[in-house]
Design a protein around this ligand. Structure first.
Ligand code: CMP
Length: 138
């Protein structure tokens, strides 16, 4: 059993895509074991994306991620990290496979509707960033 962090980003929330994203997660057999809506401030978004702080898009990305509410979830299942990444599609929606969330809904490489952890160590950091152990069901 593996855990990963999923986020419906501010563009996904404002466009009314929370239900669609959750339907795909559950339809794929991944279990939602924690969920909350939150509006990050700039510093919180910078902390979450600290691995990207040297990248040219860091300023825009953290402004966008703190621009409105987002929904953070912990997903659990066998190979949850890879399965959630498969459902999302590639970061660049133009390269994302047909039928993926980003291919269908993203409008921009930054406003790409959803986020997912890319490896077990980043998943552990990202889950701990938003949830304590009492907020994650067994
Ligand atoms: P995410 O999976 O949340 O991880 C980093 C985010 O940075 C990415 O999705 C995009 O929203 C954003 N981003 C903006 N520009 C780029 C880029 N050129 N390459 C990768 N990520 C980018």
């Amino acid at each position: 059993m593996e855990r990963t962090l999923a986020i419906v980003k501010p563009d996904g929330v404002s466009r009314g895509l929370i239900g669609d994203v959750i339907k795909r997660i559950e339809g794929r057999g991944l279990k939602i074991v924690a969920a909350k809506m939150l509006h990050m401030n700039r510093a919180q978004a910078e902390g979450f994306y600290a691995v990207h702080r040297e990248r040219p898009f860091f300023g825009d990305l953290t402004a966008f991620m703190s621009s409105g509410p987002a929904v953070a979830m912990v997903l659990a299942g066998e190979n949850a990290i890879a399965r959630w990444r498969e459902l999302m599609g590639a970061t660049d929606y133009r390269k994302a496979a047909e039928g993926t969330i980003r291919r269908e809904f993203a409008t921009d490489i930054e406003k790409n509707v959803v986020h997912g952890s890319d490896a077990p160590d980043t998943a552990a950091f990202e889950i701990g960033y938003f949830f304590n152990r009492f907020e994650i069901v067994a």
